[in-house]
Design a protein around this ligand. Structure first.
Ligand code: CUA
Length: 296
């Protein structure tokens, strides 16, 4: 829709340019000085007909473009009526994005959407002003603290679309990247049920495994959730499904054991300015925690 408006403006501007350029060229050739043989051409001072023409034609063009633009704006903008339940709630944090689905699944970094329909997304912020932007899929939308804004999120073809925060929000603004993964309806539903089925948030934590016990006893669990259907603490990103992510820390590094280990040894080196404290860990504990993170 935006592309159609752009093309229309481009065509009209090109026609005007050609008409003006042709007029200038014609006048240069037709009325050029030919020695002193010719007198000055006839001078016209004020012509009602010409003045009406050069007022009315631009007015019609501008009015037409105004109508077309407003129609496009109405068509692509989601209603800001907050009484309608959104299909997903996207929250900007310093410095990561997560998306909450109606069935309670919280996805961090990678936002899955179906290609068959458009989703109404609520954009909000947990701290400062961010800006949600997936250049190939939707318009930009600010995430303003204390305020909900709505956009349509839609992809015609399956694929992975890169997104970024586009409002300066602190030292790691540049590393607030995310991906939108668009897939056919069946694949999307599969993914969503899979995530939801992993483990319920209300199931008692039995802490069968010693590595999981360590994760919680070291306090990691007070900021990071490890279950897809658990609400974000707001202090740190959810680590549910971490092993399936391609990137860490809002895109700052690839999800490799070495890069993951850096978060355990020196979080500030992994992503300077982030809010993760340096927890004293022995080499053995780090090894155990790394193995735990890798099976999430
Ligand atoms: Cu968030 Cu820039």
């Amino acid at each position: 829709m935006i592309a159609a408006v752009f093309s229309l403006v481009l065509i009209i501007a090109a026609v005007i340019f050609l008409v003006v350029a042709a007029g200038v060229c014609y006048s240069c050739l037709r009325y050029r000085s030919r020695g002193n043989a010719m007198a000055e051409p006839r001078q016209v001072f004020g012509s009602r007909r010409v003045e009406i023409l050069w007022t009315v034609i631009p007015l019609l063009i501008v009015t037409g473009l105004f109508v077309v633009t407003v129609r496009a704006m109405v068509a692509i903008d989601a209603s800001q009526d907050s009484s309608r339940a959104p299909d997903l709630v996207i929250t900007g944090h310093q410095w990561w994005w997560d998306a909450l689905y109606p069935n309670g699944v919280l996805a961090t970094g990678d936002i899955h959407i179906p290609t068959s329909r458009r989703l109404l997304a609520r954009i909000q912020s947990a701290d400062v002003i961010h800006d949600f932007w997936v250049p190939e899929l939707a318009r930009k939308m600010d995430a303003v603290p204390g305020r909900a804004s709505y956009i349509w999120l839609e992809a015609d073809t399956p694929g992975t679309y890169g997104g970024a925060c586009s409002e300066f929000c602190g030292t790691q603004h540049a590393w607030m990247r995310f991906r939108v993964i668009a897939e056919p309806e069946a694949d999307f539903e599969n993914w969503l049920t899979n995530e939801a089925g992993e483990r319920s948030a209300d199931a008692p934590r039995l802490l069968y495994f010693s590595d999981e016990r360590l994760f919680f006893s070291k306090g990691c669990g007070s900021c990071h959730s490890t279950i897809a259907r658990e609400q974000s603490s707001g202090k740190g990103p959810s680590l549910a499904g971490l092993s399936r992510r391609e990137f860490l820390g809002g895109g700052i590094s690839r999800n490799t054991p070495e890069n993951l280990m850096l978060w355990l040894t020196d979080p500030q080196a992994a992503k300077p300015g982030n809010r993760m404290p340096n927890t004293p860990l022995t080499a053995d504990e780090r090894r155990v925690l790394l193995a735990y993170l890798e099976r999430l």
